[in-house]
Design a protein. Structure first.
Length: 238
């Protein structure tokens, strides 16, 4: 009879703080048993008043696209929330931006474990956890929310894709979908099919299509404060 031996996975989540440059960076290690071996870095942003109060803060998980994969954490700052924070923008919520290893798509189990660790070690409002991502990160946003639909107060996949047959798992999750009409990398039909299925099961879904945008539908999305205001309007306890 074959023997199956457990493989211990060491997640080395190196935290690089996306604070103003006068703020120190923090390094964390995280260990988890799983069936495959993975490691990843992530950026952690804490609001300016985090250390000045005892309140709990909302959390936004940001997932980058395929071009930012690898072991150089600086690549994660090319687009989206990490880019804005690097430029000096402040947010009223915690932002966690992991980096996917080379030659992989987002691993849902890895992301769940990372969120569990962040919730355990920081003052997180568990009723206000949100997820967003672009392209491959949009796909990761869909897949993560499908795996844990009761965890997220709202999600915003940008030019992502998923299996429409699983969409109704998210019928109780507020969703704002974004896509470029001229996207030649991930066709807009990928989002259209998800939105159509969600509407068929009575989901609370918004759909923004940029008529002239190709694959880059994320710059306009993340530069617009409407998304962040919309996130903060949603809570699991409402």
């Amino acid at each position: 009879m074959r023997k199956i031996f457990p493989i211990v996975l060491l997640f080395l989540f190196q935290v690089s703080a996306l604070f103003p440059q006068t703020t120190k960076q923090t390094v964390k290690n995280f260990e988890k048993e799983i069936t495959i071996k993975l490691s990843a870095n992530y950026l952690l942003y804490l609001p300016e008043d985090y250390n000045e109060s005892d309140k709990e803060f909302p959390l936004v998980l940001f997932l980058h696209g395929s071009g930012e994969r690898g072991a150089n954490i600086e690549k994660v700052k090319i687009h989206g929330l990490p880019k804005l924070i690097q430029q000096g923008k402040e947010f009223p919520f915690i932002v966690v931006s992991p980096q996917c290893p080379d030659n992989m798509f987002w691993n849902v189990e890895l992301l769940i474990s990372l969120l569990d660790d962040i919730v355990q070690n920081y003052r997180i409002d568990k009723n206000r956890i949100y997820a967003t991502g672009l392209s491959m990160g949009g796909h990761g946003t869909w897949e993560l929310a499908i795996a844990q639909p009761d965890r997220f107060a709202a999600i915003a996949p940008v030019c992502g894709w998923s299996d429409p047959e699983k969409a109704c798992i998210l019928k109780d999750v507020p969703i704002w979908v974004y896509h470029g009409a001229k996207d030649m990398v991930v066709p807009v039909t990928a989002s259209e099919k998800m939105v159509e299925k969600l509407k068929s099961c009575g989901a609370d879904v918004k759909f923004t299509v940029y008529p002239e945008a190709n694959h880059d539908s994320w710059t306009e999305t993340y530069n617009n404060g409407d998304l962040y205001s919309w996130f903060l309007q949603h809570s699991l306890n409402k």
